[in-house]
Design a binder for this molecule. Sequence first.
Ligand code: FES
Ligand SMILES: [Fe+2]
Length: 436
Amino acid sequence: MNDILKNRISTFDPSTLVRSDKVHRSVYCDPAIFDLEMERIFGRAWLYIGHESEVEKEGDYVTRLLGRRPVILSRHSDGKVYVIYNSCGHRGAKICVESRGNARPFRCPYHGWTFKSNGDLDGVSMPRGYDKNIDFKDPALGMRRLPKVENYRGFVFACLDEAALSLKEWLGPAIHSIDDIVDRSPEGKVLLSAGVHRYIFRGNWKFQLENTVDMYHVPFSHESTISSQGRQFSRRQGDAAGSSISEKGDAAKRWEQRESWGSARNGHSYTGHQPVADNKRVDEIHKRYVESLKKKHSSKRLEEVLQPRRHNTAFYPNMSLQALNQHVRVICPISVDRTEVLVWPVLFDGAPKEMNMDIIRGLNVTHSAASLIQTDDLENFHRCQLGMKAENSEWVWFARGVGTDQINNQGHFINTGTAELPQRAQFIAWANLMAP
Ligand code: FES
Ligand SMILES: [Fe+2]
């Protein structure tokens, strides 16, 4: 970190940039704030790394970023998944540059040291040149493992802060969004192995995070996808009508009435499900799927599983999980005004093949780089970044619903769907994590 940045950071008070109903525009365009976010937010929060179905076989690995730190999720010979730094224990070279592969062992391109898939040092080239006292079992010479890693029902998270809460405590009620989607699989297991959509937009990472739980923009940003009857396109077989989004040019009542929930403690949030109920589907494939789920759940749980209550859940700071066009999204900040987005379809193990194909096809339509929905939003994020240059106001507003937020019996905020509550929760967490 350079001296100018150090001086600025020593006097930096994040709470001056976040008010109850607005945030200072510099949070989107100041490179020094971005650097501090990488250090503090991405150095303190639990971050989603990947799903264990991406590394099914021994030696399988995928490469990821934890903020700016290159890491690897790998499957070891003991059957467990590990998260290790993508950096050689010798002189630090980055070992894997491909996004995925199978390596037994990992081999550094520089001097040829090799490492096991749990990060342990495997072999040193020409070891006779080393002093006899060197301890090659010292973990410091391996590809080091991250201090905290937890696997919740296949979803692997890691955290650099040794004093952090457990993953379950950190996620709080947001964790049930993972339960809900996993319980929709007849085998109790989801698969994120069907490939990934990957693209970069020219805007700050927080624009995408805010948008995952923004119900306000839908009738306007995605107007081109809505019929003159106010309905959006059908998403899958057996759901011919599509969902109602607007009525006479305004947002549909049901749309506005959906719930929004936010946790000020750690910034997670979700919005209620939109009225496309899977239990109204009539096609044969879906009937087969429901039959296989009946064996697994009580009738109450079956009903919950077939009619998800949550639409999109944003796990602060950079992952979301959507129940409708079911996918996991990870938001990777590259610089203050450049962000990479990764989107994996979530398939259900044990579900009819046609249904899983439908999920992949549906996501191509809604969230690929050439989709009907996400392209509208990528344009919005870039426009927001461009608009910041106008300097017409110091503040960016999140005031919608601020006076009507309720606090539920667990101390979390709730409101109706189009309130800007999730974004307010995100910025409370932002200020907490950015504090010295
Ligand atoms: S830097 Fe990896 S073996 Fe030397
Ligand atoms: Fe959108």
